[in-house]
Design a protein around this ligand. Structure first.
Ligand code: SF4
Length: 689
């Protein structure tokens, strides 16, 4: 009826569940979500996955925080916003005065908007005076960013999803694409079905994408660097490279050739388990294809050599001329909806927005003009260094926005000790998370459907989200909270809308020069870099790479073998990842009734061979033990895993069974990203559950 129609509203938003960046209209009646209607989104068109379509009940969950909480001994008491914000400003000021600015640190959220992340790093640098600021790409894609920065100069995807669909060959490495980036996987599968694209999957698990691939190859854990380098050497040794591309557009060939001289196919076969003949055929195929795209994710990056393997992938694309054309390029697939944006916005200990180095005199001068402070040149603490600093007593205070660190950080038990050692911890989230249990102040944040701003997807595509519903009573948007604390600490911040923050981002960030809210109206999008006149760049490197002479660099990366290989005591390799139905640790999606019913908890996948050897059946409870901790899960016997491989989803109902109680502190040698995938455990059967 007309009366009813008056209440029904249709609002465009962007999905918060992965980096693909699907956008759609949400139909609502007040806080009641009537339907999700895709149609005009660049990444998705008429598609969404289960999370984007049905995963929104969490905004109305009775578990939402609606009032600030302040610690009172072992308990928490409810407090007004005024009291909580005053307390935070006072304690931050006091700690800074007593111990200096580096006694404080800030964790921005990759689920927050660009504008919100920008303000967190501005708060750290301008109001407090520290570079101790980071975001969760430290746990996932920092190595890919590093590997690409070293070789082609920009740490983002080379092109768009439409460019991937034009490839004659798509190779995925360590990416469970169909579950972690579902709509992107659908687009690749469609291109494959149309006969346009062949798909080769490298992974430890035979996941859905692997079963549909033209070829599925299972290397030994942590050995991708070796097979890639062997393929590259074979191509160069046999004159299969793109000689013109190398001559005109790439530096460093001689040094690179020397660096991989020992990576013969035979050596690679011994180290990776992939037959030399398979690798030779692969090398010949890659060299002959019209266009190759490589997609990769955590199976590559969460290893001790994540940055080096990412650089090796980029080297492979360079020697075969697979950059700068549609259907070519490097695509590290971003996990969170705005993990690309969180890095772009400068929530990093050594770079401000646009990957500008804090020590660069021109960057310092620009920020001096805009912010009235001198940026400090030294690198701050990254997320993986925070807990050691807390235990050593140099870090006293931490403000965590929207990150469930106690479930997602490696070596969770060590993390708990670090949290306990802090003098003052602020946690800002939708729910009373496991991390919030350690807090001194807990702040209730608004959800993405309740606010305006922009996200940047894995395609470097900047998109606006609009307010679908008013913030739940008692909650505030992250940017409003940062603003309120900054003002209490004497900052002259006057933002009244996120568009004003974006105007400042555009002034300070070369890649964002031409980004305005007007140019992002409705379903309009921009892929950075965006020139002043609003011209964007969906496909990178068409004419030059991002180095002073315009040429790419073949980076002589080195193999970093696993640090935690199997032993007699810990004899099984543990792998981890996402379930299709859930997002990350699951704090949001376990609040969605239909999803929680369908996928109620984590489990451990055990191969049929191992199950037979240990006399184990599906449904049986087991204890997994590593040197760092132990967890209890039900076994699922499945051919998805093979031999001594175990797999546990990181989405878990109970914190005490989170997979990261088992992972250790070793990490990527260049970025400190935890080597989650480099973990050995033993499995004990439980008979008395
Ligand atoms: Fe959301 Fe990713 Fe699913 Fe798209 S593919 S609907 S962005 S979770």
């Amino acid at each position: 009826s007309a009366a009813r129609d008056r209440y029904i509203k249709k609002t465009k938003t962007v999905c918060t569940y992965c980096g693909v960046g699907c956008s759609f209209d949400v139909w609502t009646d007040e806080r009641h979500i009537l339907k999700v209607e895709p149609g005009l989104g660049h990444a998705n068109g008429i598609s969404t996955c289960v999370k984007g379509k049905f995963g929104w009940d969490y905004v109305n969950s009775g578990e939402r925080l609606t009032t600030p909480l302040i610690r009172d001994g072992d308990r928490f008491r409810e407090a007004s916003w005024e009291e909580a914000l005053d307390l935070i400003a006072w304690r931050f000021g006091e700690i800074k005065a007593q111990h200096g600015p580096d006694a404080l640190a800030f964790v921005a959220s990759s689920k927050s908007t660009n504008e919100e992340v920008f303000l967190v790093q501005k708060f750290a640098r301008q109001v407090i005076g520290t570079n101790n600021v980071d975001n969760c790409s430290r746990y996932c894609q920092s190595p890919a960013t590093k590997g690409l920065s070293l070789t082609v100069g920009i740490g983002g995807d080379s092109g768009t999803i439409r460019d991937i669909e034009q490839a004659s060959l798509v190779i995925t490495i360590g990416s469970n694409t169909a579950e972690s980036h579902p709509v992107l996987a659908t687009r690749v599968k469609r291109a494959q079905k149309l006969g346009r694209t062949k798909v080769i999957v490298f992974d430890l698990r035979e996941h859905e994408m692997a079963t549909r691939a033209d070829q599925f190859i299972r290397p030994k854990p942590g050995t991708d660097f070796v097979w890639i380098s062997a393929v590259n050497k074979f191509i160069l040794d046999n004159g299969l490279e793109d000689a013109a591309f190398l001559r005109d557009r790439v530096n460093g060939l001689d040094t690179y050739r020397e660096s991989i001289s020992t990576y013969t196919l035979d050596y690679a076969e011994r180290e990776t388990g992939i037959p030399a003949a398979t690798l030779e055929a692969l090398a010949r195929q890659i060299a002959a294809e019209e266009g190759v795209c490589v997609l990769w994710a955590m199976g590559v990056t969460q290893q001790c050599g994540g940055s080096d393997t990412s650089a090796a992938i980029s080297n492979m694309l360079l020697i075969t001329g697979n950059y700068g054309r549609t259907g070519t390029g490097a695509y590290p697939l971003r996990g969170h909806n705005n993990v690309q944006g969180a890095g772009d916005m400068g929530a990093m200990p050594d770079q401000v927005s646009g990957y500008q180095k804090v020590g660069d005199p021109m960057v310092v001068e620009k920020h001096q003009r805009e912010w009235g402070i001198t940026l400090r040149p030294e690198r701050g603490l990254d997320n993986t260094q925070l807990m050691d600093a807390a235990l050593e007593g140099t870090l006293k205070s931490l403000w965590i926005t929207g990150e469930e660190m106690s479930l997602t950080d490696a070596n969770a038990n060590h993390l708990a000790e670090g949290f306990e050692a802090l003098e003052f911890l602020v946690v800002q989230d939708l729910y009373f998370t496991n991390t919030a249990r350690y807090a001194d102040v807990v702040l209730p944040a608004a959800a993405s459907l309740e606010k305006e701003g922009t996200f940047t997807s894995t395609e470097r595509r900047i998109q606006r989200l609009y307010r679908v519903m008013e913030p739940l009573r008692g909650t505030k948007a992250d940017w409003e909270i940062t603003l309120a604390v900054a003002q209490r600490m004497g900052a002259d911040w006057t933002y009244s809308h996120p568009s004003e923050i974006m105007a400042e981002i555009a002034r300070l960030t070369p890649y964002f020069t031409g980004v305005t809210y007007d140019r992002l109206e409705g379903y309009q999008t921009l892929c950075w870099p965006v020139a002043e006149d609003g011209t964007d760049t969906p496909l990178l490197y068409t004419e030059r790479f991002n180095f002073p002479d315009g040429k790419a660099v073949l980076y002589p990366a080195a193999y970093k073998p696993r640090q935690d290989p199997p032993t007699a005591e810990f004899d099984l390799h543990l792998n981890s990842g996402r379930m299709l139905e859930h997002f990350h640790e699951g704090n949001m999606t376990f609040q969605v009734h239909g999803i929680a019913e369908k996928a109620p908890d984590a489990f451990v996948e055990v191969s049929p061979e191992l199950a037979a050897e240990r006399n184990l059946q599906s449904g049986q409870w087991v204890r997994l033990v590593s040197p760092h901790g132990a967890i209890r899960l039900q076994a699922l016997v499945t051919g998805r895993v093979s031999g001594n491989e175990l797999y546990v989803p990181l989405n878990v109902r109970k914190a005490e069974n989170a997979v990261n109680r088992l992972t250790g502190s070793q990490g990527d040698s260049q970025t400190n990203t935890p080597a989650y995938k480099d973990t050995s455990v033993r499995m004990e059967l439980l008979h008395d559950v």
